[in-house]
Design a protein around this ligand. Structure first.
Ligand code: ZN
Ligand code: ZN
Ligand code: ZN
Length: 111
């Protein structure tokens, strides 16, 4: 079993330190016990929004509906382009593609 320490304020993770020294006074970290072999792994990746290519600007100069203007989206691992809209995030009617939430990534969502 592995124990790590997480600062409740800035959420930094420490392997050995019980206090987060990035604050004055240092903050006592929360102890978290991890399971045996598997290191913590996110099931999502942050990818550049495929619909706007990371610009955050939509097809019509509007705020990109896929990433809500942030240019980044959350995509389940492993990241795959949405095949139905070819990664454009736009359906045949020019509206945000429902299945990929307009992100152009399969299963993608705004952050
Ligand atoms: Zn901290
Ligand atoms: Zn976008
Ligand atoms: Zn799509």
């Amino acid at each position: 079993m592995v124990v790590v320490y997480v600062c409740p304020r800035c959420e930094r993770i420490y392997k050995q330190r019980k206090y987060c020294i990035h604050h004055d006074p240092p903050i006592k970290c929360t102890t978290i016990e991890l399971g045996h072999s598997h290191p913590p792994q996110s099931s999502y990746s942050i990818e550049r929004c495929s619909a706007c290519n990371g610009t955050g600007v939509g097809l019509y100069g509007n705020r990109c509906p896929g990433c809500r203007g942030t240019g980044e989206v959350k995509v389940p691992n492993p990241p795959r382009r949405c095949s139905a809209c070819n990664g454009t995030g736009i359906n045949a009617y020019g509206s945000p593609h429902q299945a990929c939430h307009g992100t152009g990534w399969a299963g993608g969502r705004p952050l």
